[in-house]
Design a protein. Structure first.
Length: 194
């Protein structure tokens, strides 16, 4: 039997994930069945189940891919040693790209809502959120080092708050269409002013 190339396997996996994203965005995460995903991918049942045993495995793969890409960008931003407001400005640029057309934030909202009801999806979301919060510790440490925050500031506490601002901004942008980035940053600046 001929061996299948690694490129072919990767392409099939990505085909399934793209079909899943389309189904989830069109029908909603909860209303999408494995049969819907299989039909959308245009593959056999066996081909899809070769890569993913369940819808939760697909959700996990999508969330790993999205979060992994964002973590890389956040880590690059964290080592840039920017002033805190500049760092947060760049973070909001990342958010705007995900909230806008073609972004992944609408799918993230669906996954978060399912996480409240499904412990398996809840575990996926928790892992991704903790992963995404890590770079904010480095941003907080840099702000302490630069004297933007008091020397006795707990970087873990600050990272939790800075990270918490991100979904807050994204939710408002997606659901209310505002505030814009400049307004949000002005609010962050006002809160940080001593």
């Amino acid at each position: 039997m001929p061996r299948v190339s690694e490129d072919h396997l990767t392409a099939r996996r990505e085909q399934i994930l793209a079909a899943a994203r389309s189904c989830f965005l069109r029908n909603g995460l909860h209303n999408t069945s494995m049969q819907d995903l299989i039909r959308e991918a245009g593959l056999s049942v066996g081909a899809v189940y070769r890569y993913f045993k369940s819808k939760n495995e697909i959700i996990n793969a999508i969330s790993q891919s999205v979060a992994g890409g964002l973590v890389i960008e956040l880590e690059q931003l964290a080592v840039a040693e920017l002033p805190l407001l500049d760092a947060m400005s760049r973070v909001l640029d990342l958010v705007d790209a995900q909230v806008g057309p073609g972004g992944t934030f609408p799918l993230a909202l669906q996954v978060w809502s399912e996480a409240v009801l499904d412990p398996a999806i809840g575990a996926i979301v928790r892992a991704r959120l903790l992963e995404l919060r890590q770079p904010f510790r480095a941003i907080a440490r840099q702000a302490i080092k630069q004297g933007e925050l008091p020397p006795d500031t707990d970087p873990d506490a600050v990272s939790a708050v800075l990270f918490g601002m991100v979904p807050g901004y994204a939710l408002q942008r997606r659901l209310a269409g505002e505030p814009d980035k400049a307004t949000y940053l002005a609010g962050v600046h006002a809160l940080l002013a001593r």
